[in-house]
Design a binder for this molecule. Structure first.
Ligand SMILES: Cc1ncc(COP(=O)(O)O)c(C=O)c1O
Length: 389
């Protein structure tokens, strides 16, 4: 099929939940993607933070293919080696105790929410089920995750939403203290609000929230679905904030392109869920876990230092562009406030010029593969400058 045939069939046959960009992807290698007509693009999106090793990385293909020809799936009623290997790497690297594997970010957050509710009702007199999340947050599209999402825009349809969620203003310690009461089982937040416009939380707020949680026996859930797995130059972004969460949710980058997500549990939470409380057929699938093992082995301390350096390089180059007003984010998760042109228009023109980028609210968002080279960053930046007009 050519691009135009695919687009026509897509409009006819696929439910239009996505406002697609005008490109049909055919194949990719590293930081480059090629469309069905053979046009080449520099990729600053990584599949929205998923392809952390770029397109079709050789080592990742070897790891995943080897597992694929050995055992593609076995039910969670049985043990499997890739699952425990991925869990061991995650826990050893973080000091967390145990892992639950699901398939996506929303599912990871569902598992964390259920854990918090069970913890709250079991440990706090049977009545603590309220979860405080932040305004402008994004936690996914399932009913609990969308309820947790603190944006009115997502609460327009699909009523009734779940009871027991409350939304605190970002960085407002006083309000958080006021809202946290005996019915609260958890406080949930992203360290950098990704979909909300790549907004870094204040370290003082995060620290105060963690202290409040510890003092009141409230669980701290950190949603690292977008920020995690090296995206910010640390394995998880909470490391920058000096806090120890009780539950950490992850997805996106962990599988390097395969659908996998999950939750990391601390000492306090690791035995809350028991057989029958939660599960999912595909969670911890051996092939997805083989991808995760490869990703986790590759993202070592040296690799993370390089992500931080590349992030600083990209940020400095962006700030030197006259139309760029501000750059937020950390590492290779950057939000760019531009002037003179709408972010959506910049994204469109960049694509036409051969660069894939994203928006986040009214900003341009860049999430390049973590393996991107400095030359490829420069190549993308040149197209970006032209797209700014
Ligand atoms: C912070 C955060 N949480 C949760 C999600 C939902 O993840 P998924 O789309 O894999 O369900 C996203 C997706 O963008 C996200 O950025």
């Amino acid at each position: 099929m050519n691009s135009s045939e695919i687009k026509t069939l897509d409009k006819e046959k696929i439910v239009s939940t996505y406002a697609r960009y005008d490109m049909a992807a055919d194949h990719g290698k590293g930081s480059y993607c090629f469309d069905m007509d053979g046009k080449k693009y520099v990729d600053f999106t990584a599949g929205i933070g998923v392809n952390c090793l770029g397109f079709c990385d050789d080592g990742w293909i070897r790891a995943v293919s080897a597992q694929l020809s050995k055992l593609q799936h076995v039910s969670n009623l049985f043990y499997s080696e890739p699952q425990v290997m991925a869990a061991r790497l995650l826990t050893e690297r973080t000091g967390m105790k145990k892992v639950f594997f699901g398939n996506s970010g929303a599912e990871a957050n569902e598992a964390a929410i259920k854990t918090a509710r069970k913890y709250g009702t079991a440990n706090k007199g049977g009545k603590a089920n309220k979860i405080i999340t932040l305004k402008n947050s994004f936690h996914g599209r399932t009913m609990a995750a969308i309820t947790a999402t603190g944006q009115e825009n997502y609460h327009k349809f699909f009523t009734p939403f779940l009871d027991g969620f409350a939304y605190c203003e970002v960085n407002n310690v006083a309000q958080l203290k006021e809202m946290a009461d005996d019915t609260t089982c958890a406080v949930m937040m992203e360290m950098i609000q990704g979909e909300g416009g790549v907004l870094n939380l204040d370290a003082e707020f995060v620290k105060a929230a963690a202290a409040l949680c510890a003092e009141r026996d409230i669980l701290l859930i950190v949603d690292e679905v977008q920020t995690g797995i090296g995206r910010t130059g640390k394995l998880f972004a909470y490391e920058y904030f000096g806090v120890k969460p009780d539950l950490v949710t992850f997805a996106k980058g962990i599988g390097g392109g395969l659908p996998i997500g999950g939750v990391l549990f601390s000492e306090k939470t690791c035995d809350v869920l028991e057989p029958g409380n939660h599960g999912t057929t595909y969670g911890g699938n051996p092939v997805a876990c083989a991808g995760a093992v490869e990703v986790l082995k590759r993202i070592d301390e040296d690799f993370l230092a390089q992500v931080r350096q590349k992030g600083e390089y990209l940020k400095a180059k962006l700030l030197a562009i006259p139309q760029v007003k501000d750059v937020s984010g950390i590492g290779l998760m950057l939000g760019i406030a531009v002037e003179g042109k709408e972010a959506a228009e910049v994204v469109k023109d960049a694509l036409a010029g051969g660069l894939m980028i994203l928006t986040a609210k009214d900003k341009v968002r860049m999430l390049p593969p973590l393996t991107i080279s400095y030359e490829e960053l420069d190549e993308g930046l040149a197209v970006f400058k032209k797209a700014l007009g």
